[in-house]
Design a protein around this ligand. Structure first.
Ligand code: SF4
Length: 306
């Protein structure tokens, strides 16, 4: 066990059960904004990093848990795993929730990789540059990767894949924001279902800066029809806060119980618990293999919200 993580609360996918098919941190890019830190293994060669049968056993063991998506992401670029297609197909047979793949788009130049990724329901590729110079500055790719070919790979994938494509564009101040118009044109040419704009919100690999909220709003004029990936609204409705604290002071509960008793969606319950934990009003502990929330401060057994 240990190939699944979460469920985590994803800003784009709701409550997401993550699947990690890589060794930390294996990628064919070394993005300046990467929240995983510097790339430890920079490679464009696909390989087997984890035993596929064990991953599938773990998916099977957790298939009845509550989540909005099962998401192939994790310690690097998931398409570098040569078993991705088979695992995605078998996961789909096991679970009801939609399957998502987050990718840096580079290997979509390969028809074989496109076929594997197309087994998912929703694909979240990224595109941060339109020129070779900006591509090298922001993504620091392994040798042999060319931005023009990657854009063509995204276009080819669009023609072959009938599911949802949500294209993410990470904007970093002074690195790629000056060529936003070119990126917008390249992004539109790939015809995704959604274009989602992001900026640096978590600890980046290098000391790079985000765009301000005002600058991100202005980007919407350059990317018409795009959306901003939302930052969390770090507040709990007053009534929910009162009911949650009151309930947990009487009875420690699992996330599922909290959802049922307070009639909350899983993603809301997990977010509210995280906020109340941060405020020192509730805490969590493991008991009998289950995670319970209870009132008052305590030791955090597990961080599971990103
Ligand atoms: S492609 Fe993703 S995992 Fe790889 S370095 Fe960039 S942000 Fe990190």
């Amino acid at each position: 066990m240990g190939y699944l993580f979460g469920p985590v609360l994803s800003r784009r996918l709701g409550l997401s059960m993550g699947v990690d098919l890589l060794k930390y941190k294996t990628c064919n890019m070394d993005c300046v904004y990467c929240e995983l830190g510097k790339t430890a293994c920079l490679t464009s060669h696909r390989g087997r990093f984890v035993p596929p049968e064990k991953v599938l056993m773990e998916i099977s063991a957790r298939k009845n848990e509550s989540f909005d998506h099962i998401t192939f992401a994790g310690s690097g670029e998931p398409t570098l795993c040569r078993d991705l297609g088979e695992i995605v197909r078998k996961a789909k047979e096991m679970i009801d929730a939609p399957v998502a793949v987050i990718t840096n788009s580079t290997l979509l130049v390969s028809p074989g990789v496109r076929r594997e990724v197309a087994a998912a329901d929703v694909v979240l590729p990224s595109l941060d540059a339109a020129t070779e110079g900006a591509f090298r500055a922001i993504n620091r790719p392994a040798s042999g990767l060319r931005i023009e070919k990657i854009v063509q790979g995204l276009k080819d994938f669009r023609k072959e894949f009938c599911g949802e494509i949500w294209l993410e564009i990470m904007l970093v101040k002074g690195v790629n924001d000056r060529e936003a118009e070119l990126i917008a044109r390249a992004a539109e040419s790939t015809h995704p279902d959604r274009i989602q704009l992001n900026t640096v919100v978590r600890s980046p690999a290098e000391p790079v800066s985000p765009l301000s909220e005002e600058e991100m709003q202005k980007m919407l004029e350059i990317f018409p029809g795009a959306e901003l990936i939302p930052d969390w609204d770090w507040s709990v409705p007053a009534k929910t806060r009162e009911r949650l604290i009151d309930h947990l002071s009487r009875r420690p509960s699992t996330l599922e119980e909290i959802c049922a008793i307070l009639e909350l969606a899983g993603s809301d319950a997990i977010k509210y618990c995280k906020i109340l934990e941060r405020d020192g009003l509730i805490s969590r502990r493991l008991h009998g293999g289950k995670l319970f929330f209870h009132s008052g401060c305590g030791h955090q057994a597990e961080i599971f919200i990103s």
